[in-house]
Design a protein around this ligand. Structure first.
Ligand code: ADE
Ligand code: ZN
Ligand code: ZN
Length: 261
């Protein structure tokens, strides 16, 4: 534990796991506000009294170390030099975020599955629909989704993946302030538009955004220097993160409303 704390103090040394708790809470809170009465009742039944979607939204990150087989379930490495997602290439043995969301949708909807299996399936879905909307969880440049790209984040050493997981969000205000900014924006029209397609097509869309913006607009490093995140890139990231969290919230509601009838 001490060693872990020391490593964490060094900054960005441990691999990053997904949106930080704040991002996952926001996605869960957006979705919870948009569940049908039937889906909300089923969610309450599955989770048990007093347990909210937000309270379990980071559970898969807490078990990731003990349940090592779950580590690749949090992302899909779609290469940025390829135009499209190819499930055979990018989701080996079905161990990626897209296939796992689809697998767990079946478990949560299966009345013969055990209560524990259904609860875990629901907790994985809530987390993974959020994760896949972090652009670096649906793209890769042979750098573990940016984990290997060291950079300077406003004077602190970090890496590209970590700043997209939680660095930018951490500078955008408190969770409640963010929620207030996201909440009124989720109109019915956008809900309808974003709900269209499949989990696979959503990953394809996020990959395109990552190619164009997350990787494509990354400031270049001067020779022998580290990349410095600048204000222009941060503005782009903040706007994109806001939209991706809204999409994730809308799509999570869509998934739960259609699987928990
Ligand atoms: N490890 C390898 N690829 C990754 C990604 N895209 N996101 C998080 N961890 C990873
Ligand atoms: Zn995760
Ligand atoms: Zn991550």
């Amino acid at each position: 534990m001490r060693r872990v704390a020391v490593l964490m103090c060094l900054g960005g040394v441990l691999p990053a796991f997904g949106w930080g708790p704040e991002g996952h809470n926001l996605v869960a809170r957006l979705a919870a506000a948009r569940l049908t009465p039937a889906a909300a009742a089923r969610v309450a039944e599955i989770l048990g009294p007093g347990v909210t979607l937000a309270s379990i939204s980071s559970w898969p990150d807490q078990v990731r170390r003990e349940r090592t087989e779950t580590a690749p379930w949090h992302y899909i490495d779609i290469p940025i030099d390829k135009p499209h997602l190819d499930m055979a290439r990018d989701c080996p043995k079905g161990a990626c975020v897209v296939t796992k969301i689809e697998d767990f949708e079946k478990v949560v909807a299966d009345p013969t599955a055990t209560p524990v299996a259904r609860k875990e399936a629901l907790m994985f879905i809530v987390h993974f629909v959020g994760d896949m909307h972090q652009p670096l969880h649906s793209s890769d440049n042979k750098d573990k989704g940016g984990n290997d790209v060291k950079l300077d984040f406003f004077g602190k050493p970090s890496n590209l993946h970590s700043v997209w997981d939680s660095g930018f969000l951490g500078r955008m205000g408190t969770e409640d302030e963010m929620f207030a900014r996201l909440n009124p924006d989720l109109t019915r029209g956008r809900m309808k538009k974003w709900g269209k397609g499949t989990v696979e097509s959503w990953a394809g869309q996020i990959h395109k955004v990552a190619v164009k913006q997350t990787y494509g607009q990354l400031p270049k490093a001067a020779p022998g220097e580290q990349i410095h995140i600048d204000a222009k890139y941060e503005q782009m990231a903040d706007a994109l993160i806001k939209t991706e969290l809204e999409k994730a919230g809308a799509r999570l509601a869509f998934v739960l409303n259609s699987t928990l009838k």
